[in-house]
Design a protein around this ligand. Structure first.
Ligand code: UD1
Ligand code: CA
Length: 538
């Protein structure tokens, strides 16, 4: 069974509404062997001592019994997990795509939250709770190595945590983050964790003082000065007096796992959305005589969520403004930074200048002493030191070596590899092409699937005919070749080292080194022909 893994498990498959009733007298409906084709997933689930539902997508909803664990050393530090709520549909965005995959700063909301989480716990202890378009979300962020829990259907933030119980049971504490609040920092996550430990609380919630608290849940404290909170009231359920409270629930929590799951089934759905609200845990735990405390952030900016398009765009702008400020602090000059779009993961070295209306996207890296002129859009590309990118260039997955000059108006498509000191000029398109050191293709040219050596001159209007309607074919141009203007090179074809191609040639056969190739009709001159036509009697 190549690639398959067999594992023994005990699972109870039952409708979700029965889970609560059946918990105490769990009957194992199925004890058996599962065969999974993805060995790595099973490996990971076993590592956590649980079988998560993602390993067995054919079972809708089930509880899995934890396997036997070795007794823990009483002095061991608490086992901490992070759960990221990411199952919601994001109705207010009016989008067919899952909310947590909408981007700010050029990166999915959820990817930002994962980046903060991984600074506090290991990725395998980070669980994204997914549901709406779960497979899409899994595909987009699965590469990070985080774990997943599926919430299906999505019946509220409290229900999301109920679904994560089997995964989280083996931990001592869990920090809950919101997949739609991308500005959260590792520092704040640690603060939430430490405050709960220090206060020995069952639940700690992060709060913020907002000028305009509309739309957020409000935090009810025992007294204004007390750390202790008794409830969180959602906006729609607030009394007029509660609505005036400016201290809001940021949607980030730290829980002690035991009291959380001992009480979570007390949450009810008696609210306008008929959902299980995680926020109700504050009141539930308080009533169960468990300690609930609130810690207020000094930086309300970092808790902002993105429920609407307008909020998304605002977050995006803030993030990019921060990015420009960070780059400038590191020695990059950015003229009119408010016009530039620079994604969060982009790197730019000191002494590079970025002109107005430039976009640097994805994983782009730019060296030092470069100049990126206006209206260039550069994505997932690598640019070495001292490169000049003139106005209006589009680069995608391209590599540019030191001292090269690109543009204006060049289009470098994926796999373009431009050598040291090379020139790519106006209206030149390259794709899967290596252009060697100091080689030049300065005007109106298409170079696709080509391997071009050093010191080559590609004349204006040259075209590599790389596609025969079925296959892509390669053009090889060795060092020192001169290709005259308006030549078509029909691939597969090779121009030997030091050869010449006469202008306007159509080259279909290989050219030996140091040879001249001419592939055009011989010129005919008819002397006096025009004059005769103008004046037939002459
Ligand atoms: C929530 C809080 C609110 C708080 C605000 C802060 C609740 C009931 N309310 O409201 O007190 O002020 O965050 O931003 O929690 N999700 C799931 N499964 C579900 C429903 C939602 O995973 O069944 C996820 C969503 O994808 C989202 C997160 O939970 O990432 C928060 O849900 P959302 O609907 O945005 O809650 P808010 O209305 O913002
Ligand atoms: Ca939200």
């Amino acid at each position: 069974m190549g690639g398959e893994t067999t594992t023994t498990f005990i699972a109870v498959a039952m409708p979700e509404r029965n889970i609560r009733r059946t918990r105490k007298r769990m009957k194992y409906l199925e004890i058996g062997t599962a065969i999974a084709t993805d060995a790595s997933r099973v490996g990971k689930t076993l590592h956590n001592n649980y079988l998560l539902n993602y390993a067995f997508p054919f079972i809708d909803s089930f509880i899995v019994k934890p396997m036997k664990q070795a007794p823990r050393n009483a002095n061991a530090s608490p086992r901490l997990a992070i759960a990221i709520l990411a199952a919601g549909k994001g109705t207010r965005l009016k989008s067919k795509h899952p909310k947590v995959l909408h981007e700010v700063g050029g990166k999915a909301l959820l990817a930002h939250v994962i980046a903060a989480a991984r600074q506090v716990v290991s990725l395998k202890d980070t669980y994204a709770i997914i549901g709406h378009e779960a497979e899409l979300v899994r595909q987009r962020v699965g590469g990070t190595g985080i774990s997943f829990v599926v919430q299906e259907p999505q019946r509220g933030t409290g229900h999301a945590l109920m679904c994560a119980e089997p995964a989280l049971q083996g931990y001592d504490e869990v920090i809950v983050l919101s997949g739609d609040a991308p500005l959260i920092t590792a520092e704040t996550i640690r603060r939430l964790r430490d405050f709960r430990r220090q206060e020995k609380a069952a639940m700690t919630l992060l709060s913020a003082g907002l000028e305009n608290p509309t739309g957020y849940g409000r935090v009810i404290r025992t007294t204004a000065k007390s750390d202790e909170a008794t409830a969180i009231v959602e906006e729609k359920s607030c009394t007029p007096a509660q609505r005036k409270i400016r201290e809001i629930n940021a949607g980030f929590y730290a829980f002690s796992v035991k009291p959380l799951f001992a009480n979570i089934h007390r949450i009810e759905t008696n609210n306008p959305h008929a959902e299980y609200y995680l926020t109700d845990m504050a009141e539930v735990l308080h009533k169960a005589k468990q300690r609930v405390v609130a810690v207020k952030t000094d930086n309300p900016g970092e808790i902002l969520g993105s429920n609407t398009r307008a909020e998304l765009v605002e977050l995006d702008r803030d993030m990019r403004r921060q990015k420009c400020l960070q780059l400038m602090a590191e020695g990059v000059t950015i003229f009119f930074p408010e016009t530039c779009v620079i994604d969060s993961d982009v790197e730019v070295a000191a002494d590079t200048t970025i002109e107005p209306f430039v976009q640097l996207l994805g994983s782009t890296r730019v060296g030092s002493d470069c100049r990126i002129r206006s209206y260039s859009v550069i994505q997932n590309s690598e640019i070495a030191d001292g490169v000049l990118v003139r106005t209006g260039c589009v680069l995608d997955e391209a590599r540019i070596e030191a001292g090269a000059v690109i543009g204006p108006y060049s289009h470098l498509r994926p796999g373009s590899d431009i050598g040291e000191g090379a020139h790519v000029g106006n209206f030149v398109e390259t794709k899967k092409t290596r252009l060697g050191k100091k080689s030049k293709a300065n005007h109106l040219t298409y170079l696709g699937d080509a391997e071009i050596g050093d010191g080559v001159n590609i004349g204006a209007g040259t075209i590599t005919c790389n596609y025969d309607g079925v296959h892509k074919n390669k053009t090889t141009i060795e060092d020192g070749v001169f290709v005259g203007s308006d030549s078509t090179l029909v691939a597969p074809v090779k121009l030997g080292r030091g050869s010449y191609v006469g202008a306007a040639s159509c080259i279909t056969d290989d050219v030996p080194p140091d040879s001249l190739a001419l592939g055009r009709a011989k010129q005919i001159v008819k002397e006096g022909w025009v004059k005769k036509r103008r004046d037939p009697s002459s």
